[in-house]
Design a protein around this ligand. Sequence first.
Ligand SMILES: [Zn+2]
Length: 109
Amino acid sequence: MYTYMKGMLYCLHCNEETEHTITYEGDTIKRIKCEKCGTELEINEESAKKNFTEEFIERILTKPQRMTEELQKDITDFLFSLPARIITKPYRLLGEVKDIAKSKKKNEE
Ligand SMILES: [Zn+2]
């Protein structure tokens, strides 16, 4: 079961605070999407656990009652400190776009 929460978070792509939709699967953050540029971060809990303390993960990734200012700041800090490999989606998307551009060019030739 998915639940959604909106919050102002710093987007690494837009370089500013934008509205984000946070998707929870059950009680855990599944993905965070910037509503402005559409960049979607998929959070891999296993990788996250290797890089952060249980307590931090618990606080960030577990569904809070509501989006507080403190939580927004924590999530933004979390996004900044994420190792690139946890952020899978933008790179995958970029690859797909490149592939599409390539095949389009081929067809035109
Ligand atoms: Zn953005």
